[in-house]
Design a protein around this ligand. Sequence first.
Ligand code: AP5
Length: 208
Amino acid sequence: MRLVLVGPPGAGKGTQAGMIAEKLNVPAIATGDIFRANVAGETELGLEAKRYMDAGDLVPDEVTNKMVADRLNEADAQEGFLLDGYPRNTGQAQFLDETLGSHGIDVALELRVPDEEVVRRLSGRRTSTVTGKVYHVEFNPPPEDEREHVKQRDDDHPEAIQNRLKVFHDQTAPILDYYSQQGKLQGVDAVGELDSVTKRIMKALKLD
Ligand code: AP5
């Protein structure tokens, strides 16, 4: 299965990606995580990406597309993959189709969450610096032994959150039409308990 996860910032893409990928037995590839690993490692790619990420803007396509194409060439992605956070505009969607050849992706899974819920989720998000697990101070608090290791993401401040939402509506939302026209779009209401959202996703993908 070649699956792409689409949704606004804070839709729960990262939270749900691991469970879906495990069920499908494919690697979960998150462009945001690859960029953040490069920022942490102070690589050339990371230094270039950081100024866009901190402001909540998209990293330029020529950088992102090459990074994704290289990752999809790796052995573990040959039988399928879950892409989290890519594509994020129609140029990237077209590039992905060209890279994959005639068959393209199988499913674009849209996680639907209203803007006000996005703001509530992102302002309370915390990520473990040890395990990389994502928590929320109110909705999914970290366990006791993780509490001192969690930190807030650099782009989860109010101005960047507002800009990321704008970028989503202006640049990413058009790919929903792109995949809908290909008959590949599946939408899921991603508001509610984590487990209920997971169940809705599994049902939409016929994995329940
Ligand atoms: P990226 O890391 O992809 O960020 P994003 O799309 O803004 O998405 P998030 O990671 O913020 O949200 P999420 O949907 O994964 O939600 P999560 O599961 O964490 O990208 C970061 C940056 O990298 C971009 O701004 C850009 O600069 C760059 N970039 C990345 N890809 C790019 C590309 N293709 N092209 C160009 N640039 C790119 O959940 C959020 C919170 O909500 C958590 O606290 C979680 O615990 C909580 N939560 C989850 N589900 C629920 C629920 N059901 N109920 C209550 N709380 C919930």
